[in-house]
Design a protein around this ligand. Structure first.
Ligand code: 9WN
Length: 690
């Protein structure tokens, strides 16, 4: 499995950053434990080392404050002096709530932990063994959320505020500019301080000094008020409702409901929290005109109309209504962020690319971040935007494979920036790579019928008046089924089963069984017919044989299940043979096998066949089934190419074919010029696309 080498590299990053108790985000730049980083890291670990995953979160929660706040940083006493600001600056011992024997900062971060714990449970092979951990951690996460709903919920409507840009996790996001700019650094007193970060990383890639002055000014307010939330609320000029923070909170509330169910706790609280925050975000932060969620400036009492990736996060939180989700999608899939098939664009940059102050390399002001894209990927899957989700999936995998496990990446070239060997980049890569790997390795229990099954056997007895009419019906019903019951590559088999169109289609296909009944008026019509018939036969067989997990459940799915057409019996493999005679390399990408690795269903007609074959091939080449790694001189491709050796006899044929559909300049140039490209095969995911 070609991904294995990269999984090993990612694990090496985490090993290097593992301290024995928890994982630092990066040894050089961030030598302590960070709050939301640990959530993402635990998700990665849970794929292969559950012990580390649990220890990661247990260590973090040991630092929980008495009032429930979970600090942004838990400091390593043995690594002090390399980061700023550290405990001497925070002086959290001024607060009666700070823990006694642990050194922490005095702010929090997006509460990803409930969500992370549920993911850990889902990934656990021995689920029962995780129950004691769930029971131990659940009340602690509840306590954290309680703190947010009690102390950070000024209008009691579930909109939780943050009081420092570091609490958003997107420190110098342009979203915070209007609020921070109101702090006139010439007029306020800012304590002396010395930054460490910009001595380690190119200052061009980090926040500016003026940003730090404001960050520090805010911390000074906190410590002067001894971390008393009420007093801070009165004095702090940065009180902001962040769509990212609130979306993550919703995702965690939702996860807590499920965890409560698993450990038989009452789930009312997290359920109410979820509903309250989701509704408030939906009703207050969405701009229908701008097609995005905005942050809210609580002091000015106005939306901060700055478009960043945070504005799409209600997809992750399950907050967006269907209408809102469609609008978000339009915006996300536009030139402002990254359009499907757009040239040279890597996933979703953190800020609208069209803005004048967009920067492809400065921290949260433009680059691509893996955790943000990973959450957007989950959100797009949730709202069934499969193709776009897959695009993000490839990017999340491809960026570190090509450029290294960096902190963030150039939104145009993919170059890595910030610190290298960054933990959450490695952890979330592992998460996706395992997902791919496990799905393709999955074994299905098989059923065998021991003989041929002819799905349209009763056809010969049906009277046929006008063959042209039946053909027309066939194309029309196929089109309707695709249009009504499939979306973005997923098929609603249950809805098809009950639909009138399916009944009519079965009836129509039965009529084709009669001897020598079908004639085609052109090559195009014949091709379109067989492709559609293949795809409809897969659906028909899945429904009739009640296939739940994968077509692999049925022994001989491609050879023993048949349609009688013109008096002869054809299996799916026989239809592939018929199609071979047309010698068109794009055909394999038009045939849907009822699997996750299959392209989306399309209707082929004699008129549209050329363009539809093109889009089928293009979409496949741009899906996670083809990963091009110029820097590694490698391409990883679907086994589908291997199964179609008659179309793709050698490496050159494969490369020339792929090249036609690649948009990215670097990749095309690589395929064009490099003579020594290594081809490796990705295993096929046979899971049902239902
Ligand atoms: C301040 C650790 C953290 C991330 C944040 C990221 C960056 C810290 C910094 O690094 O912030 O918290 O010093 O810049 O912005 O999201 O958690 O990886």
């Amino acid at each position: 499995m070609p991904l294995r080498d990269y999984i090993e590299k990612a694990k090496e990053v985490l090993d290097k950053n593992w301290t024995g108790e928890y994982t630092v985000p990066s040894v050089h730049l961030y030598p302590h434990q960070w709050n939301w980083d640990s959530g993402f890291i635990a998700i990665g670990y849970s794929r292969y080392n559950m012990e580390r995953a649990t220890r990661e979160l247990l260590h973090l929660f040991e630092a929980q404050w008495k009032n429930g706040m979970l600090p942004q940083i838990v400091f390593n006493k043995n690594a002090l002096g390399r980061y700023f600001p550290e405990p001497d600056f925070w002086q959290t011992d001024l607060s009666p709530n700070a823990p006694k024997n642990v050194l922490t900062s005095g702010i929090t971060m997006p509460p990803i932990h409930g969500y992370a714990v549920l993911k850990m449970y889902e990934n656990a092979r021995e689920k029962d063994r995780l129950i004691p951990f769930l029971k131990f951690i659940y009340p602690k996460i509840i306590k954290l959320h309680e703190y947010l709903y009690l102390e950070r919920n000024p209008d009691d409507n579930g909109l939780i505020y943050i009081r420092h840009p570091w609490e958003s996790g997107m420190d110098n996001s342009p979203m915070w500019d209007p609020v921070l700019n109101r702090i006139d650094i010439t007029k306020v007193k800012i304590p002396e301080f010395e930054r460490k970060d910009n001595k380690i990383i190119d200052p061009e890639q980090r926040p500016k000094d003026i940003d730090y002055k404001r960050y520090i000014y805010l911390v000074d307010i906190f410590r002067k008020n001894r971390y008393d939330e009420k007093k801070i609320f009165e004095e702090c000029p940065f009180i902001v409702i962040d769509p990212l923070f609130n979306s993550i909170l919703c995702a965690s509330n939702e996860a807590l409901v499920q965890i409560a169910d698993i450990i038989k706790e009452d789930y009312k609280k997290p359920e109410e929290w979820f509903l309250m925050t989701a509704r408030a975000v939906r009703d207050n932060l969405f701009s229908s005109e701008k097609k995005i969620f905005f942050a809210y400036d609580y002091i000015q009492k106005e939306l901060i109309e700055v478009e960043t990736a945070a504005g799409f996060m209600p997809l992750f939180g399950g907050i967006a209504s269907t209408q809102q989700a469609l609008k978000l999608y339009e915006h996300l899939d536009s030139l402002s962020f990254c359009r499907l098939g757009e040239k040279n664009c890597f996933a979703i940059p953190n800020y609208d690319k069209k803005k004048k102050d967009f920067s492809p390399h400065n921290y949260w002001r433009g680059p691509v971040w893996i955790n943000i894209n990973w959450m957007l990927y989950q959100g797009l899957l949730r709202y069934k935007f499969k193709q776009k989700a897959e695009h993000l999936e490839i990017t999340i995998m491809e960026l570190p494979m090509r450029f290294g496990f960096y902190e963030y990446f150039d939104s145009f070239t993919g170059k890595g920036y910030g610190t290298k060997d960054f933990s959450w980049t490695a952890a979330l890569f592992i998460d996706l790579a395992y997902d791919m790997y496990e799905k393709s390795e999955k074994k299905w229990e098989t059923r065998s019928f021991g003989k041929e099954i002819i799905l349209n056997i009763n056809g010969e007895h049906l009277p046929v008046e006008d063959v042209e009419e039946i053909k027309k019906d066939f194309f029309c019903l196929t089109g309707k089924i695709i249009e009504k019951y499939t979306r973005n590559g997923t098929v609603n088999y249950d809805a098809i089963r009950l639909s009138p169109e399916y009944k009519l289609l079965q009836n129509t296909i039965s009529k084709f069984a009669n001897k020598d009944i079908l004639k085609f008026d052109s090559k195009e019509e014949e091709m379109a017919f067989w492709i559609n018939l293949y795809n409809m036969m897969v659906i028909d067989a899945i429904i009739r044989l009640n296939i739940q997990g994968s077509v692999k459940e049925i022994e001989g799915f491609f050879t023993n299940i048949k349609y009688r057409i013109n008096g002869k019996d054809y299996s799916l493999d026989d239809i592939r043979e018929i199609l071979r005679k047309f010698g068109d390399k794009r055909v394999p990408f038009a045939l849907v096998k009822g699997t996750n690795s299959s392209p989306p269903l399309r209707l082929f007609t004699k008129k549209n066949i050329k363009s539809k074959l093109n889009s089928a091939a293009r979409d496949f080449i741009r899906s996670p089934e083809v990963i091009i790694l110029p820097e590694e001189k490698k391409i990883l491709i679907s086994e589908l190419f291997r199964w179609n050796e008659h179309y793709f006899k050698d490496k050159d044929e494969i490369i020339n074919f792929i090249k036609k559909y690649v948009k990215d300049d670097t990749k095309r140039e690589f395929l064009d010029k490099e003579d020594d490209i290594e081809i490796r095969y990705l295993l096929y995911d046979w899971t049902l696309n239902g």
